[in-house]
Design a protein around this ligand. Structure first.
Ligand SMILES: [Zn+2]
Length: 96
């Protein structure tokens, strides 16, 4: 409610966004709850991208080559560091 007595909907929407922060998974494009006690994923500062917990758990043994194909051009374009590889040759995603 502003001084003129009208209801500013954009303010309400903004407040709702603050209460329910979300992040989009870089890999599957799923939008997940992020922040607070119930994060369904994480934000990898090093790579400047979000990853949902489903993608994280399905890539525990190293990044699926199918995902890697999507990730590398992005990292190159952004001049971000390429993660190291594990003994199987898969990229290991940082934990933050
Ligand atoms: Zn995902």
């Amino acid at each position: 409610m502003d001084a003129s007595g009208t209801f500013d909907l954009s303010e309400v929407i903004r407040d709702a966004m603050v209460q329910l922060p979300t992040e989009m998974c870089f890999f599957c494009k799923r939008v997940f709850a992020f922040g607070g006690d119930q994060s369904d994923g994480e934000y990898l500062q090093q790579l400047n991208l979000g990853i949902c917990r489903w993608c994280r758990s399905s890539n525990e043994g190293g990044l699926n080559p199918h995902y890697e194909k999507r990730l590398l051009p992005y990292l190159w374009a952004k001049k971000l560091p390429i993660p190291s590889r594990n003994e199987k040759g898969f990229l290991v995603l940082p934990t933050e």
